[in-house]
Design a protein around this ligand. Structure first.
Ligand code: ZN
Length: 149
């Protein structure tokens, strides 16, 4: 095992034990449930979108360490981003996790997500890592459809 493997495991465990943006939003623009029956991961994503920007994001996750850590990192990175930027980041992360032919490079501001790249070695767990992101895609779509308050 290399030093970076250790570091990545630390990052994942840190987010698992102290998930960022944990909780609920009282009047969200969008609220989406995500389930991964393969592992038993369940989460609810709350989004507050105003003027095309993610003003607040909260998650309640009941799942494995990979799922919880991935959602926590995602919430941290997407908070304050525009919906367009968020969609691009989700797309990039999904390509990193699913692309088997090339190593998708991440820009420096997304380097925390490198910790999840190792999950690619375990195909069953890729769904755990992707669940929060797929739920986010649905939430962003719903937020755009919902009428402005
Ligand atoms: Zn899982």
């Amino acid at each position: 095992m290399s030093l970076s493997d250790d570091l990545y495991r630390e990052t994942i465990l840190d987010h698992y034990h102290n998930p960022r943006n944990h909780g609920a939003i009282e009047h969200p623009t969008a609220q989406v449930e995500g389930v991964n029956p393969l592992c038993g991961d369940e989460l609810t994503l709350y989004l507050s979108v105003k003027d095309g920007k993610i003003e607040d994001v909260k998650l309640t996750a009941k799942g494995c360490s990979i799922n919880t850590a991935s959602g926590s990192m995602m919430s941290e990175l997407l908070l304050g981003k525009s919906v367009d930027e968020a969609n691009e980041i989700v797309d990039l992360f999904k390509r990193m996790m699913l692309d088997k032919t090339e190593e998708v490079e991440l820009p420096e501001d997304l380097e925390d997500l490198e910790a999840l790249r190792g999950v690619k070695k375990y195909p069953v767990r890729i769904k755990c890592a992707l669940l929060p992101w797929n739920t986010m895609l649905e939430g962003l779509g719903n937020a755009l459809k919902s009428p402005a308050p």
